[in-house]
Design a protein around this ligand. Structure first.
Ligand SMILES: Nc1ncnc2c1ncn2[C@@H]1O[C@H](COP(=O)(O)OP(=O)(O)OP(=O)(O)O)[C@@H](O)[C@H]1O
Ligand SMILES: [Mg+2]
Length: 303
């Protein structure tokens, strides 16, 4: 299948995907992440404000950079929320012709000195700036610690000067874009914010920590997962209403959302018979898988 048939535009170096918004698939991602409504509201409000306020209020009054950062341990839904946010912002401005650009930070890194800095500058000053000239743009900077590494923690021996310069270039470009393009929003994610340069963090308009799910959220994620499986296997869907669900949710506390969904898949692989006939899974299988996932996590954390 050609790139065009797959819905992927021709992309400049460093950009992994360009999507027209709104995009219902991204809306489904937003809905699939179960966190407190107040957090989703705060995230969406800050993103919407970016597009209402910045074109009207000078940066000498409110120095917004158009950068939102999501932090949190792996598997808590940061990337899903960032993509979903792009869809939700676009639906808040009907007819706004928003686009989502997804940056691929690893493709920018280059062993040759000076190349990364150059690639970063090209990406921000050319590709992103040009896109933002035409229509409102949301840029996903996933795993931003690769792009804006903390210069204070980089050892000159282990990390070539190139990495320092790449961070410098990101900061220079963010300042330039903030001045020139009010219809631009960066949504960055990191599960390692200690590794992100403090000058980058200082440029963020909002830093939001996406927490591990609490007991109620664990139950809701389980229900969502079982109900989703129920579309293919009706008997599994019925387990979402089982009284044992509360005990399974309790056993999941401490796991992230990704681990909870994977744990359900582990239960479906409890033995070859269930793997062949997933509708034979029981709540006991799921409870055992949840306890095993927790035990593995605790052991991993202690190691
Ligand atoms: N709070 C949650 N509610 C429901 N599903 C969740 C939640 N958190 C994570 N998931 C599920 O976990 C998977 C991983 O989510 P995602 O990739 O967005 O996490 P992430 O925080 O970006 O992880 P990483 O830091 O490893 O990149 C997705 O399938 C998502 O649906
Ligand atoms: Mg992610």
């Amino acid at each position: 299948m050609s790139k065009r048939e797959l819905g992927i535009d021709e992309k400049p170096k460093g950009i992994q995907a360009i999507r027209a918004l709104p995009d219902k698939a991204l809306g489904a991602l937003w809905d699939s992440i179960i966190i407190e409504k107040s957090l989703k509201d705060q995230l969406l409000s800050q993103a919407v404000l970016n597009f209402t306020l910045r074109s009207k209020v000078p940066r000498t009054v409110v120095p917004l950079h158009g950068v939102i950062m999501l932090t949190g341990v792996p598997g808590t839904g940061k990337t899903s929320l960032a993509r979903g946010l792009a869809h939700r912002v676009a639906t808040a401005f009907p007819g706004g012709r928003f686009r989502l650009l997804e940056v691929e930070p690893h493709s920018l890194a280059s062993a040759a000195h000076g190349k990364t800095q150059r690639a970063v500058t090209d990406l921000f000053a050319s590709a992103i700036a040009e896109a933002a000239l035409a229509d409102p743009v949301i840029v996903l900077l996933d795993e931003v610690e690769t792009l804006a590494a903390d210069r204070a923690k980089l050892s000159m021996d282990a990390n070539p000067v190139d990495v320092h310069r790449a961070t410098d270039a990101v900061l220079v470009q963010l300042d330039a874009l903030a001045e020139a393009h009010q219809n631009l929003l960066f949504v960055a994610t990191s599960n390692f914010p200690q590794a992100v340069d403090s000058a980058f963090l200082s440029r963020c308009d909002l830093i939001l920590e996406v927490p591990l799910p609490g007991r109620e959220a664990c139950a809701d994620i389980l229900k969502d997962c079982l109900t989703g499986l129920g579309r293919a296997y009706p008997a599994i869907g019925k387990l979402a209403l089982a009284p044992e669900l509360a005990a399974v949710a309790e056993a999941c506390v401490g796991l992230d959302g990704r681990a909870i969904r994977k744990m359900v898949a582990n239960a479906l692989a409890a033995n070859p018979d269930i793997a062949m006939n997933p509708e034979r899974v029981t709540m006991d299988n799921i409870l055992a898988a949840a306890r095993a996932a927790r035990a593995a996590r605790v052991k991993g954390a202690g190691a």
